[in-house]
Design a protein around this ligand. Structure first.
Ligand code: GLU
Length: 301
């Protein structure tokens, strides 16, 4: 098992470094700093009703959960430890609006299956990492947003002709992340597919490149990033077959924090920071900035 994983990882890194030298391939060091918004830190901002905010304020920074292996969305530079991507920008926009310097955020990588526990245990103050808002999760955590609308898609090898949509997955090996909504959808709606789960989508992609699985499924926004890194090897096929509204996870009972995050997002969408952040990150995938979805300020439940 170990050897297979090592070989797979080597395959992906070799492919990625070949792709880097090519014309038109995306930057691997993250977005150009001068293209990113500079978020103004709100002075005198107070949110005493939020215990999460009070803790962060006395600590002097937010602790934010994120992903580290999702190109254009949440990526960690292994050399510097710096996180970048659209989700990371959203996290910074919120921190600044809530009166704390975004440069001081401490990011922690949390896998899809561990998000609810991390918020419930107070390991993180909020979470920004391709996190779909849904009613089941709302029983465990709160959600600010949504700030982006993705949809489930399929990633296959470039020479794959049989798989064009979820209806073609019968008898195929399909990889997704444990605890994710795309995993659950295949399990419930396409039971003839053979599901394989890992903690992260990048391990699924390694398995796809080494012919251990036939497809990787998750949100189109995530898959586009992997395909862009090795366009000669991988392609995204078909149309999105779900709606995945991305929210900012917060501790369930902290409604004050959730509504302050909604205000921060609304302000960032209005003053142009949201679009600027998108253009400098996820927009590099070639998809022009959409209109952000309506923010859902739902009543405390
Ligand atoms: N948006 C989906 C989810 O929250 C898939 C991406 C992810 O696992 O982060 O489950």
């Amino acid at each position: 098992m170990r050897t297979t994983r090592l070989v797979a990882a080597l395959v992906l890194s070799a492919l990625v470094s070949t792709a880097c030298g090519k014309e038109g391939s995306p930057p691997t060091k993250g977005p150009a700093a001068e293209k990113l918004p500079e978020y103004r830190v709100a002075t005198g901002f107070q949110l005493p009703q939020s215990s999460t905010w009070r803790k962060a304020k006395s600590r002097g920074r937010f602790i934010v959960g994120a992903k580290e292996d999702q190109p254009y969305l949440g990526e960690k530079d292994p050399a510097t430890g710096t996180y970048s991507g659209f989700d990371i920008e959203i996290a910074k926009m919120i921190s600044a609006s809530l009166g704390l310097d975004p440069r001081r955020i401490e990011f922690r990588t949390i896998a899809s299956a561990n998000r609810e526990t991390a918020l419930q245990n107070g390991q993180i103050d909020y979470y920004v990492g391709t996190y779909t808002i849904n009613d089941n999760r709302k029983k465990l955590v709160g959600f600010g947003g949504p700030y982006y609308l993705a949809g489930q898609g399929l990633l296959v090898r470039h020479d794959e002709d049989d798989i064009k949509g979820p209806g073609d997955l019968a008898g195929k090996r399909v990889c997704s992340a444990a605890g994710s909504t795309p995993y659950q959808r295949i399990q419930q709606e396409y039971p003839k597919a053979t599901l394989v789960a890992y903690d992260t989508y990048s391990v699924c992609v390694d398995n796809l490149l080494t012919y251990q699985v036939d497809a990787v499924t998750t949100d189109d926004a995530i898959l586009i990033g992997y395909a862009a890194k090795v366009p000669d090897e991988l392609k995204v096929v078909g149309k999105p077959f779900s709606e995945e509204p991305y929210g900012i996870g917060v501790p369930r009972r902290d409604n004050a924090l959730r509504l302050a995050i909604d205000d921060a997002l609304a302000a960032g969408e209005k003053n142009g920071d949201w679009k600027k952040a998108y253009d400098a990150t996820l927009g590099l995938s070639g998809v022009p900035a959409p209109k952000p979805p309506a923010i859902d300020r739902y009543p405390a439940n």
